[in-house]
Design a protein. Structure first.
Length: 377
């Protein structure tokens, strides 16, 4: 980090403000920016984060690395303008080098020893939030499972009696009264269908696992979508062809991604000419998750994502999106994403999402079948 020096108290020797070996050892991306948003220093973690070497980064401006209007640019300009430290939390940071925005906390402050320089530290939150979200999703799935068992036993049987009684009354009543008995029957049927859907959550039988080609699953989902609810929407495939199989149930995985694609189509709507859903697969070695109640760590290297350019998830719903009965649809039951979370959890994976206007991504991180390795070439 040549040039970032200050005089010793006696004025004889120039000493580094921050030793490069110390900055290089920091686990969080760090940048020093000068006039015109020029990048003057990047540590090793910043190289990994932006997927560019320090030499390349230091020949560029920040505007060459992040898109126009990025909150990182606004933060740096605020620090330069006011000369004060600024922190922002939970920021979606995008770059043309990323497949999808990264969720980060931003810390920026002036370097008092060097006028006009700004020190930026980025702390990525995705993995921590991924684990926290997954524990929440597991709890939600368990609560729905218990509720489903109670409903099946305590509600369906009495509803059958109510419906039968209404049918008997209908035979001896006039047309006005028959309207009411038919309403009783229709509402009883509607409640029974809701309970039937919830009974899926009470199914605790282990999944019959077999190696499943996830691209076959996605192709099947795409075929269903293009002949039905996503007829007017462009569906783009961005697959890693070397991806190994997923251990699990093909039918249940179809259910997961069909639900996600249907939600994406509904978020876009049928009236938009530029609607697009992207199905993406990739291999992410090194992603591991602790198993609750044990010391084991499970590898989840397979990432399958569904991205749409719809309106995005309302901020007030984001913390509860996988909870049962949470929905933005006027006629929705709010069970679809809770079921997605349960099925992905049953497969040993986790489900997470990032959302902002015109870019919502649901990602399922899954294990790979035992004995499989990625193919090269």
């Amino acid at each position: 980090m040549s040039g970032f020096t200050k005089k010793s108290p006696r004025g004889e020797t120039a000493v580094p403000v921050l030793p490069e070996n110390l900055l290089g050892a920091l686990p969080h991306p760090l940048l020093v920016l000068g006039e015109g948003l020029a990048i003057e220093y990047a540590n090793t973690a910043a190289e990994d984060f932006f997927q560019m070497s320090a030499g390349v980064l230091c020949r560029r401006n920040l505007t060459d690395v992040v898109p126009f209007g990025s909150p990182l640019i606004a933060l740096v300009e605020q620090v330069q303008r006011n000369g004060t430290t600024v922190n922002e939390y939970g920021v979606d940071l995008g770059s043309y080098r990323f497949g999808a925005p990264k969720l980060v906390d931003l810390y920026g402050g002036p370097l008092p020893e060097v006028s006009g320089r700004v020190l930026i530290v980025l702390q990525q939150r995705s993995m921590a939030q991924m684990i926290e979200r997954q524990l929440t999703h597991r709890g939600a799935a368990r609560s729905v499972s218990g509720l489903a068992a109670v409903l099946a036993h305590e509600i369906k049987n009495p509803l059958s009696g109510i419906r039968g009684a209404a049918q008997l009354l209908e035979a001896d009543r006039g047309e006005n009264d028959r309207t009411l008995t038919r309403l009783i029957c229709a509402e009883s049927d509607r409640i029974c269908k809701l309970v039937d859907r919830m009974e899926i959550f009470g199914d605790q039988r282990p999944i019959q696992r077999e190696p499943v080609n996830i691209h076959d699953v996605l192709d099947h989902v795409k075929q269903i979508a293009k002949t039905g609810f996503a007829r007017q929407i462009k569906i783009v495939e961005n697959y890693d062809p070397s991806l190994p199989p997923v251990p699990g149930s093909r039918d249940k995985l179809i259910q997961v991604f069909l639900n996600l694609v249907k939600n994406a189509a509904e978020a876009i709507g049928q009236d938009r000419a530029d609607g697009q859903i992207t199905l993406r697969t990739s291999f992410r070695p090194g992603v591991r998750l602790s198993v609750p109640g044990s010391q084991a760590r499970v590898g989840l290297p397979l990432e399958i994502s569904v991205e749409d350019n719809g309106a995005g998830v309302p901020a007030d719903l984001m913390p509860h999106l996988f909870d049962p009965f949470v929905t933005t649809k006027p006629s929705g039951t709010g069970l679809g994403l809770a079921l997605v979370a349960k099925i992905v959890d049953d497969h040993g994976g986790i489900i997470e999402f990032d959302s902002r206007p015109k870019c919502t991504v649901f990602r399922a991180l899954m294990p790979m079948a035992e004995g499989e390795t990625t193919q090269t070439g």
